[in-house]
Design a binder for this molecule. Structure first.
Ligand code: BES
Ligand code: MN
Ligand code: ZN
Length: 499
């Protein structure tokens, strides 16, 4: 889709549909909506007076100007009450409106920037939210099935009346455009089936990113990992039919003068549980167990597009977790790359094993911060719910505050959970330095305290198990439909841009 910015009066736009807005409780629309209302002889005020349009969030009214203005259709989207306006309201409104425009098979759309100046929202961030919501809402996974040619919006113009304000709108819209490329990359990788989105495919995606932005790329195979004694990664990969790859992308690789941030993503391309086999029911959802890695690749793509002035390293250990004659066993004792030994209790607690070696590998970059993203535990979903918030565990107050703030801004929310040493007692082993699982109770804390054993820098762990995949209609939002959400890309990029 072509995204553009224009200094113009929305009333004179020559497109298939224009999008304006209405706050709940407003009887006489002002601003752009007011101008359109006047041009239509009060048609919008009439809808309001009749009670047919109230400006509630999620509401869209469609009006036909019948020649009064050049545009073919006017869509008025509700923004809810002014006091509850925030960036997420703007994103959702933009998505709701443009999806309606697509349903109506409009090809060219113009929109105003919703909400700028209300409730402290800046113009640039509001413009970014409008573009983000619009593009995210229009996402469709190109599924390998036959279907009717679908409607497609071909061009969206973000219109601002005041030419002096255009630069800010442009900055927001262009940032959103870059960010959305990363989100779509992540969504596509997660939506792809596990026979396609293999570690090989993850490495291909990383290669494309590296080539596009001149990043340094390392794709470590089994032999490479063996040389580095990555016993955690190799244990999980032992039973894998697909070749495993330990992937490292480096943006500004040699710029050690810049602050270094390392992003780590869990890349289990399919989690059967291994010998500790999962129940068959809903096992297909475990194709999303590489969503952390997908988010890191998506974020790295955006880091390259925006050419952020930071040294950013993306590490994604990728492998299947399969039951196999060569698979690792419960009872095995393995040695991670920092020399610590781990007694395997469950081969289904595999994510922390591959992350352990990735976190050890991160050390050499002398990072100012390491953030890992992982669909790590069902326990985190039990604690926080599906599509509510990811859990965050952090060893550094400043880092946690920055990440939580980015979670609020992007509405990819993070909720702090404790790294108390009490959890360590639960993973105490008689025969190794630790167990790979402390059992059901406090399962999310046990997993985090395990990972902490492999870190020696400011570190944050994000458990996004409940956030990667929408599996039920009731969990849909205007811009997150059934399938992958791309969770983490917008969060990480916001965090890095504000470093
Ligand atoms: N990939 C799963 C966690 C998961 C569960 C992700 C639900 C998304 C939705 C992880 O590898 C796993 O199997 N965790 C186990 C850990 C247990 C064996 C200690 C779990 O949560 O049950
Ligand atoms: Mn598992
Ligand atoms: Zn897993």
């Amino acid at each position: 889709m072509i995204l553009s910015i224009k200094a113009a009066d929305i009333v004179s736009s020559v497109v298939d549909a224009i999008i304006v807005n209405l706050f709940e409780g407003v009887n006489e629309p002002k601003g752009a909506t007011g101008a359109v209302d006047r041009a239509l002889g009060g048609a919008i005020s009439e809808l309001i007076a009749e009670g047919d349009l109230r400006g509630k969030a999620g509401e869209v009214a469609v009006l036909y100007p019948r020649g009064a203005i050049p545009v073919r259709r006017v869509l008025v989207v509700g923004l809810g009450k002014p006091e509850s306006l925030d960036l997420e309201v703007v994103r959702r409104a933009a998505a709701t409106a443009i999806k309606r425009a697509r349903e109506l098979n409009t090809k060219t759309v113009a929109t105003i920037v919703h909400g700028a100046g209300v409730g402290g929202l800046g113009l640039e961030e509001a413009a970014q939210a409008v573009a983000e919501g619009s593009l995210l809402g229009l996402y469709r996974f190109d599924a390998p099935k036959h279907r009717e040619p679908a409607n497609q919006v071909e061009a969206l113009t973000v219109v601002e009346l005041d030419p002096a304000r255009l630069a800010e709108v442009e900055a927001g819209v262009r940032a959103a455009e870059s960010i959305i490329h990363g989100v779509f990359l992540a969504r596509d990788l997660v939506n792809l089936p596990p026979n396609i989105a293999t570690p090989t495919r993850m490495a291909e995606a990383a290669r494309k990113i590296a080539e596009a932005h001149g990043m340094t790329l390392t794709v470590g195979d089994r032999e490479w990992a063996t040389e580095r004694e990555m016993g955690g990664f190799l244990a999980v990969a032992k039973g894998a039919g697909e070749p495993p790859y330990f992937i490292v992308l480096e943006h500004n690789a040699n710029r050690t003068d810049l602050d270094t941030v390392v992003l780590v993503g869990k890349g289990i391309t399919f989690d059967t549980g291994g010998i500790s086999l999962k129940p068959a029911e809903k096992m297909e959802e475990m194709k999303s167990d590489m969503a952390g890695a997908a988010a890191v690749l998506g974020a790295m793509h955006v880091v390259g597009l925006l050419n952020l002035p930071l040294r950013v390293i993306g590490i994604t250990p990728c492998t299947e977790n399969m039951p196999d004659a060569n698979g690792y066993h419960p009872g095995d004792i393995i040695t991670a790359s920092n020399g610590k030994t781990i007694e395997i209790i469950s081969t289904d607690a595999e994510g922390r094993l591959i992350l352990a070696d990735a976190l050890v590998y991160a050390h050499q970059f002398q990072p100012k911060a390491v953030v890992d993203l992982a669909t790590l535990t069902g326990a985190c979903v039990i604690a926080l719910g599906e599509m509510v918030a990811a859990g965050i565990f952090c060893t550094d107050e400043w880092l946690q505050a920055k990440l939580v703030a980015s979670g609020v801004t992007t509405s990819e929310r993070l909720w702090p959970l404790p790294l108390w040493d009490d959890y360590k007692a639960k993973i105490k082993s008689l025969v190794a330095d630790m167990l790979n699982s402390g059992g059901r109770y406090g399962g999310v804390g046990g997993s985090a305290i395990f990972l902490k054993e492999f870190t020696d820098y400011p570190w944050a762990h994000v458990d996004m198990a409940g956030m990667a995949l929408i599996t039920k209609k009731i969990l849909e939002t205007p811009y997150n439909s059934l399938g992958a959400t791309g969770f983490g890309v917008r969060l990480l990029v916001d965090f890095l841009r504000k470093w």
